[in-house]
Design a protein around this ligand. Structure first.
Ligand code: NDP
Length: 408
């Protein structure tokens, strides 16, 4: 098995295709399809210059299942990598079932009219994939993706279970723009304006968006403010590791970012319901995306590092222990290697690695799987060899951030 079809020619798709081209022994034929053919062709031309590898391209509306099945059959692909938007997940899973090929994505399905992340829609495909002997891997980006695989690796090699997990996503990069998002602006703003939610003692605790702020001193980046948020891997991790008492997700934002989002929200520009503008229906958030910088253009401008990882506490035979496992990624080094900034890089590389494991039969059990359900070892080895090396350190105890403010 060595033919892959990548759907989505955005920042993440560009990195995944470039990294696949650097592994020609695994990916012998790569086809890139997306809504705008010229974006596929531009990525293919860049990959050809960097690696000498030819990437085939095709125009595709991924919401059209029959059209996707036709592109799959024409390309001869055996795995579809969905790097379009979360709205396309179900249509692309349907197309894979119909064409009889494997599926992998980096973000869980979200209905366009409702900013609401939940795995129930994709988990409902479990039997259909299993019956056809096909594999669907959900969430093989960094978060979700690597952060869940880090948890599985810690649980396999360091602890006898997970009691507490905090996922810390820090982008210490600066692109010099007054306001720009690092990945698709519509998806990013829907995520950060949704209420925060974390798991505590068997129940979800909801707090207003961006109200719980804690400073943390990140390795290689330094001290940054991070905010409690909801993120989709909290649902799958607490489902698959039911021993977890508390699971939280934190992301860093600078004051300027928070101020811009607050103003945009206050004036209605983040609304996702249609409004009539000069006789035509528009969705304010989609209009906002049109006027904001394109994240795939930020690579040349972004300096600094990302640091994303998990702090995990759990039992061992020698009593309770705490580990911090993380990756540090440098924006400028990513740009030099593949022409993209680190946020697209840290998503595109794990997507390529997940695809490589499906291609090689290492992750090929029939059914629908979140990444924490799969054996982490081959994935962790490829993180080290293919651009996202990780480190693990033991901490004296689980940091107390958040508790004091939550109780106050
Ligand atoms: P971009 O917006 O840069 O790229 C999305 C691409 O999908 C665009 O090329 C777009 O086409 C294409 N597309 C959108 N709709 C369709 C459609 N109906 N048919 C065909 N193609 C379509 O997004 P990113 O590259 O930043 O993100 C890609 C995915 O990665 C998203 O789902 C995002 O949520 C996820 N992500 C996951 C992360 C993780 O760590 N797990 C982190 C960051 C992102 P066009 O160019 O014409 O608009």
């Amino acid at each position: 098995m060595d033919h892959v079809l990548v759907v989505g020619a955005g920042g993440v798709g560009a990195v995944a295709v470039a990294k696949m081209a650097m592994r020609p022994e695994i990916f012998k034929k790569i086809t890139l399809a997306s809504r705008t053919l010229s974006k596929c062709d531009a990525i293919a031309a860049d990959v050809k210059t960097r690696t000498g590898v030819t990437v085939d391209t095709a125009q595709l509306d991924a919401m059209d299942v029959a059209a996707t099945v036709a592109v799959i059959r024409e390309s001869g692909a055996e795995l579809l990598l969905n790097l379009a938007l979360p709205y396309q997940d179900l249509a692309l899973m349907d197309a894979c079932l119909e064409a009889g090929i494997h599926y992998l994505d980096t973000a869980n399905y979200e209905p366009p009219e409702d900013a609401h992340f939940e795995y129930k829609w994709q988990w409902a495909y479990q039997e259909r994939f299993r019956e056809k002997g096909l594999t669907a891997i959900l969430g093989s980006g960094f978060d979700p993706g690597v952060t869940s695989i880090f948890a599985t690796w810690i649980r396999k090699h360091k602890l006898d279970g997970i009691r507490l997990i905090d996922i810390l996503d820090c982008n210490g990069g600066d692109n010099g723009k007054p306001f720009a998002t690092n990945f698709n602006p519509e998806i990013n703003i829907r995520e950060v304006t949704a209420p925060a939610r974390h798991w505590e003692n068997g129940a979800w605790v909801q707090t207003p968006a961006m109200t719980q702020k804690v400073a943390f001193d990140f390795p290689a980046v330094g001290e940054k403010n991070m905010y409690l948020m909801y993120h989709e891997e909290l649902e799958s991790l607490t489902t698959h590791f039911p021993e977890i008492e508390r699971a939280r997700f934190w992301m860093t934002f600078g004051d300027a970012y928070i101020n811009h989002v607050t103003v945009l929200q206050n004036i209605g520009m983040t609304r996702i319901d249609p409004v009539v503008h000069e006789g035509k229906e528009i969705i304010p958030l989609q209009f906002l995306k049109t006027v904001l910088p394109d994240p795939s253009d930020l690579g040349a401008l972004t300096k600094g590092k990302t640091c994303i990882g998990d702090i995990i506490t759990g039992p061992t035979a020698d009593g309770e222990k705490t580990y911090y496992i993380y990756n540090i990624c440098d924006h400028e080094a990513c740009f030099e290697e593949v022409g993209s900034q680190a946020v697209a890089y840290t998503t595109g590389v794990p997507a390529m690695i997940g695809a490589a494991l499906v291609m090689q039969g290492i992750w090929r059990d029939p059914g629908v799987w979140n990444t924490e359900q799969l054996d982490p070892d081959a994935f962790m080895a490829m993180l080290n060899s293919d651009g996202l090396p990780w480190q693990v350190v033991e901490l004296d105890s689980h940091p107390a951030f958040g508790e004091t403010e939550a109780e106050a």
